[in-house]
Structures are given as C-alpha cells and as structure tokens.
Write a new protein. Structure first.
Length: 692
C-alpha cells in the first residue's frame, strides 16, 4: 500500500481558509485533517470540512455530462459524452454571441474561493464573448463598501492577535458556526481575563457563551454605533491625539453623534439605556486605560437596507478611542484587501471589446423575467452557472424559479451534485472537488497565501472549471494563447511577487509548504496610514457625498420593520432573519447525510410570546409567509429569538425540504444603501400553525 500526504487548502466561503493535510492510500483520499503547523488552522477543522472526503466520494456525485430529457425543474437527465455536451453548448452560444453577446450571463460566486477555479479561465471566456458582467454582491458588498469609505480597504486586526484582546465585541456574527479559528482565539482571550460581548438579534451558539448578549432589533446596528459614539464623546472617553493625527471630520461627527442620545438609541434598537451607556463606558474606558479592545464584525450586520452604513459606523469606533494603536485592538470585517493578487492578469479584462452591461446576482429573479428594452438591453437568453446554486440561495425564490423555468432560456450548470439549480439545467457538466484540482487561495480572515495541490485523480469524467472553460473556448473558436495556459501557469501569476506584502512569493515553493504569510505590520493603523484618499480614518467622506450618500455616519431604518413600515407590519408583524445553520455552509453540505442528520429538518425559532398568540406549540409545523411567498418549518419555541423575531437557520436545498421550499421564498430583492447587496435580514412575515 502506498500512503502519501498532500498539502491542500479549504476552498469554502469562510474566513478561516484552513490549511489541510489529505491522506491518500493507493489513490484514495482516506482522511482530511487540519495542518497542525499552520498558525491559524493549528490542526483543527470544522465539523463540515472534516467530512470533505465523504462529500467527494458521495454516492450522488455527478461524474458524467448530462442532458435534460424531462421538463425544467423535474431533474430528469440522460448521460451524454463530453463531445456532445460541448458541441451542444457551443451551438447554442455561438449565434447568441454573434447577435447579442450581452444576452449570455455567467452566474457564479464562492462555491470555491480559489483564484484559479473561481474567476480566471471562466472570466477570460466570458470577456472574449462580451457577455454581461455579473455584479457578485450576494454576500459582502454592502459591508465592504461602507468599510472602504471609512478605512480605505478590507484590512483590519490580524486574527492571530485577538487572543491578546481584553475586550472582544462580536458584532453580527456567530463564529462558532462560521469562524471557528477566531472563536478559538476568543476563548483563549476569555481564559486570559477578557470580556466577550455579543451583539446579535438572536442568542446564537456564540452569544450563549459570551459574558453579555445585547439583543438589538434587526437592522438597527448603525443606530447602536451612533449611540456609542454619543456616550464616548459626551463622557470624553476618546484618544484626542489619535483623532487629531489620524482621522478626518471629527467636528462634523461630533454634531451628528449628539443627536443620538442613549434614550433615542435604546428606543430605536429595542434595548435598554443601560446597555448603550455601559457598553460605551466599558469600550472607551478600557481603551483609555491602555487595554486592547477589539471588534469582530461580520456580514450579518449588513444584510439590511442600511447595512453598508452600519459597517461604516462600527468601523469609526476604534479610531475614536485609539484602539488601532494595539495589535490586538481595532476591528476586523475582512482581511481580503491585504492580498496583492493579480486578478486583472488572471481574468484578462483586456479581452473585452467594449464594456458590457452589469447584471446584479442579487436581482437575478427580476432580471431573468425582464424582457428586452432600451434601458435593460437584450433579454437574458443563456446562463452558465458555476460555483453557485441560485435556486436555493438567491432572494425572492419564486421569481428565480420562474426565470429558470423559461423554455427559451438555455442553462448550463457546472456542479458536483444535482442541486436545486441543476434540476433546471439543459446541460449539466461534472466539476472536480478541491481534492481533485489545483488552486491558489487568499483568505478573508487571516494573512496567508495558500496552495491547494490535487490529492486524487478526477473521479469519473469530472473536469476542473478551468479545463471546462478551456474546452468551451476551443469549441467557440477562441484562439488567443491565454486559453491554453495551464492551471500551474495561472497560479504562478496569482500573486504579485513585486509587492512588498508578497516578497518571496514563488508558486513552486508555496505548493511545497502549502502557505506563506504576508508581510503585514502587527498593528496596521497604529500610526495612521489608512487606505483612504486622505490617508486617515474618514469620519467625513467626500467620496460618499460624491456618490450621493450621507458623508457622515447615519442610520437608515429597515425597509421592513414595525417601526419603519407599520402598514406592512399590520399584516406581517414578525421580523425574520435566516443566518447559516451550523452544519451547512450556505447551500454546501446540505446533501451530506451525516451533516443533514445533525441539523435535522428546517425549523423556525420563535419566542413563547409569539407562539402563545398564534396557538403554536413546540414541534408544530408552521407556515411562514408574506406577499412574496411561503415555506414550512417545524417550530422550536425558545427565547433565543427575542419577541417579535423569528429565526430560520439556512440555507436548505429546496428539494430536501418537505414542501420543496426554503427561507428565500420570503426574502426580498431590494438592495442595500451601498454596494448593491441583498437584504436577506430585512424581512417581515406572519407565522401560522398548519396541519402536520
């Protein structure tokens, strides 16, 4: 027996980007473990990725190209050859590309976070066609935009420093489920005497293990940040030297924050005055005493109308108290802006003959149903889906389904499994998993460039995304040499070795070791040096004013809440959020039986007060509905959800739910204040008991 160990990297949409060691016995991957030598992974994997081999060898794995033989949505296919699949796709795309190239649309996101299997060869293919561009907004764009206006880019506190913090505010995240290696450091900080505070409408697994949980109303995080600013300024819990040297617009901010008294803040957020005042005093007081105070904010904050502003307001707080002076202070939303990637070289935007229109992936339901018009351009005639599952994850799901049901829409899906979206495809192409292909990775939680080596040969006739788009390019007659570049050649240019942050980058060396740390300072903004036009933390942002936004921190109420939309709330009085279930990663792993068994079935957490008035008991089946649609789940009566809030942990494949629906039946296609992102947690519903 031949046993080898292969260095790999987790490809999934999680801040941790773990370094993996894959054990291979006679060509079969028998174990996937965390690399004990990688400083952030430290040998530990989440429950999901420790089952990655189970997923790769799953009995339902797609291994051969398929052609639809039933109606769209029925999921009936027959096996065909790669030649037939490629010829069919090229025959359908060529006339569209000649007549109206923008009628062709790629739809992809972070099924893999890899620079190579994500958007490299695929982008070259669509750029050569002149296809519509896809605005990939569905996860992080609102927060990233608000953070960029304030800080200048997605750079923040190093994950490896959080264990030294003395106060950790976990704002809008559940790291036990979605950021394990940060949580390990938070636990170490707690053992060292740090105080942990969770700010979240829902008492999540993480909130339960913090010293304090502040359960504000959904969509009011921006108001809470303004209320904290008010107290910090009024009680002079400030670092005046840091403000004078490294910030812009403090006097204007002072006037704005004066409007947000603790009483107004508490009323807006649905919390007590003491919670506002005590948090501000703790945060500002500890910082003034020289203690490192840090905020780990996550994307839950930004999935509401004012989500971009909420992140902007939170990002102002460390500069007010000088928290950036300490390596273990400041704030982290994402570390992705730390990486000097060569995306322009990988994606070859120079292949575009003109700039095509852009379609927002978060409004795909409306856009697939939109006819041709002078404003919109041609109707979408072909969609190629890869690294995503829009039928499950996109908002306003009924419209998404109706769009993909169009008989005149040609749909190609690259997948590992027959997902909800694959059921609507005309052609399904089998893609490789992370164990079967090569890739290079950044992270949005730590500071290591990562390499993924293929551990096993592709199963069946599965092919890497890059190889599929190379073959399609050849069938389309594209002869630019860039379509012949190998994955190794692409990975060799993935990072800019001339950039000081990536000094010493060499792809062959990275493959051997698996990871290389960026050259970043321990405290990135200890002495200013923000990435904004002014080089300062911008409390006042001229760029925001130019973009038609309020240049100062502000509060925008949700589209749908009891306070902001009482007429709608009269019919649909309950706010709903749908954060990730612990055993799923977006819609990935839902079909892995061992993980689905742990999750049970779709359920809705609902407060006893809201159950009593509706005659709902624990374990009852309930219907959750609004004007957009409905879905059914099992009620869990619990005070983890505050009164007036229901929580449906997601995202289930629709086909694996009893009623063939999931939480996105009721979510909206309305977009955020900035970043053009979705508002998944800005939703009002009604709940009623139904027969089992």
């Amino acid at each position: 027996m031949t046993i080898t160990q292969v260095r790999a990297a987790c490809p999934l949409d999680c801040p941790d980007t773990c370094a993996l060691l894959v054990t291979v016995e006679d060509g079969v991957a028998t174990a996937v473990k965390g690399d004990p030598d990688h400083p952030t992974t430290a040998g530990a994997l989440c429950t999901k990725v420790s089952r990655y081999a189970e997923r790769t060898y799953h009995e339902d794995r797609l291994l051969y190209p398929l052609k639809r033989v039933g109606k769209k949505g029925e999921g009936k296919f027959e096996r065909i050859s790669w030649d037939e699949a490629l010829d069919t796709i090229a025959a359908r795309l060529k006339p569209i590309a000649a007549r109206a190239p923008e009628a062709i649309l790629p739809y992809s996101y972070c099924g893999t976070m890899g620079l190579i299997q994500g958007e490299s060869m695929s982008s070259r293919f669509f750029n050569q066609i002149g296809a519509s561009l896809l605005d990939r907004t569905i996860c992080a764009m609102a927060g990233a935009t608000g953070y960029k206006y304030t800080i200048g880019g997605s750079v923040g506190t190093d994950m490896e420093q959080f264990q030294h913090s003395k106060l950790l505010i976990i704002w809008g995240g559940n790291p036990i489920a979605s950021n394990l290696h940060f949580w390990m450091r938070a636990q170490e900080a707690k053992r060292n005497g740090a105080k942990l505070i969770a700010i979240d409408p829902y008492r999540s697994l993480t909130a339960e293990k913090c010293h304090q949980h502040i359960a504000l109303l959904p969509g009011t995080d921006a108001a809470l940040a303004l209320g904290l600013m008010h107290v910090l300024i009024k009680e002079d819990l400030l670092d005046h030297e840091y403000i004078a040297s490294y910030t812009l617009g403090f006097e204007q901010l002072k006037e704005r924050a004066a409007e947000w008294t603790p009483e107004r803040t508490a009323a807006t957020c649905g919390i007590s005055v003491d919670e506002v005042v005590d948090l501000a005093r703790l945060y500002g007081g500890m910082a003034k005493a020289g203690e490192p105070v840090a905020i780990r904010t996550n994307y839950g904050v930004q999935r509401v109308r004012g989500g971009g502003m909420a992140v902007r307001n939170i990002a102002c707080l460390p500069a007010l108290v000088g928290a950036w002076r300490h390596p273990a202070g400041g704030v982290q939303l994402s570390s992705s802006g730390s990486f000097p990637t060569n995306k322009l070289k990988l994606q070859r935007t120079d292949l575009l003959k003109k700039l095509p229109r852009t379609i927002n992936m978060s409004t795909i339901g409306d856009d697939l149903l939109r006819p041709a018009s002078p404003e919109f351009g041609p109707a979408i005639e072909a969609v190629i889906v890869y690294n995503s599952n829009p039928l499950a994850v996109a908002p306003d799901s009924d419209k998404v389904m109706r769009g993909f049901l169009r008989e005149d829409l040609f749909t190609v899906v690259l997948e590992h499994f027959q997902t909800d979206t694959a059921d609507y495809a005309d052609i399904v192409l089998p893609a490789t998993t992370q164990l079967e292909h090569l890739d290079a990775h950044t992270s949005y939680g730590h500071l290591y460039m990562m390499a993924n080596n293929p551990a096993i040969a592709p199963m069946g006739e599965a092919k890497a995304n890059t190889e599929i788009f190379r073959l399609l390019a050849a069938r389309m007659g594209f002869d630019d040499p860039c379509f012949k570049e190998s994955d190794d050649a692409l990975a060799a240019i993935a990072f800019n070795a001339q950039d000081a942050r990536a000094v010493g980058f060499d792809w062959d060396a990275l493959k051997r070791k698996g990871w290389q740390r960026l050259n970043m300072p321990a405290a990135p903004f200890a002495h200013g040096g923000f990435l904004t036009p002014s080089g300062k933390c911008e409390f006042y942002s001229a760029r925001m004013k130019e973009d038609g936004l309020d240049p100062l921190p502000a509060y925008l109420p949700p589209y749908e809440s009891v306070a902001s939309n009482p007429e709608l709330a009269a019919r649909y009085p309950l706010a709903m959020i749908s954060p990730p279930a612990r055993n799923f990663l977006n819609s990935t792993f839902v079909n892995v039986k061992s993980l689905r068994a742990s999750e049970g079935e779709p359920h809705l957490d609902i407060h006893p007060h809201d159950c009593a008035s509706r005659g709902i008991a624990d374990g009852d089946m309930v219907r959750i509905f609004n004007d957009r649609g409905s879905f059914i789940a099992k009620a869990r009566v619990t005070d983890k959800a505050r009164a007036g809030l229901v929580v449906g942990l997601s995202v289930w494949w629709k086909k694996l739910a009893k009623d063939g629906k999931n939480a996105n039946e009721v979510t909206s296609q309305q977009l955020t204040d900035m970043g053009r992102a979705p508002t998944f947690y800005d939703t009002l519903v009604q709940v009623e008991r139904v027969a089992a």
